[in-house]
Design a protein around this ligand. Sequence first.
Ligand code: SF4
Ligand code: SF4
Length: 173
Amino acid sequence: MDYRDIVSSCYCGDGSIKLKKAESLAEEYGTGILQHADIIAQLRIVKDAVMSLDAHMTAMEMGKTCSQCAAKPDGGCCSAYMGNENNDALQLLMNILAGVTVKQVCNNDVECCFLGERGCILLFKPIFCLNYLCPHIQKESTTQALQDLEQKTATLLGAQSDLEQQLIRFLQK
Ligand code: SF4
Ligand code: SF4
């Protein structure tokens, strides 16, 4: 694929268009991508970074804070805007490659289409979804916990971005 084709087809359109693109990329290139040793290694690094961040968020009891926030009429941060605008086909492709069954699980036009009953179904989330330093979390957390949260998030974003670049290079061949 030409670089311009990748950019114009993977980063544009609503959530369902990007998901269709991710599915077609997985079908056409998935087997080849999963035979690429560097990409497999990077997938492992990103998964480890996700698990490290998740463990820290659990220790901070963020689930409790987010549940209380999301239960309010105007609470929560998983809006439909996020699902449509902030996902891209390559990031959805990463999830498919990692074994996640990516599908639209919410169609109420208010919340993100990837918000399931138990939270986000994606293992690898869009960059904007990894900004957890909202006022509620800041109020409930220690400075050290917030610093660790930011550091672990930055590690994950860096690893995810490296994986995205590897996928783009692979698709350009
Ligand atoms: S991250 Fe912040 S805004 Fe989003 S659900 Fe949790 S507490 Fe609410
Ligand atoms: S965290 Fe998941 S469910 Fe929430 S907006 Fe982001 S992609 Fe959607």
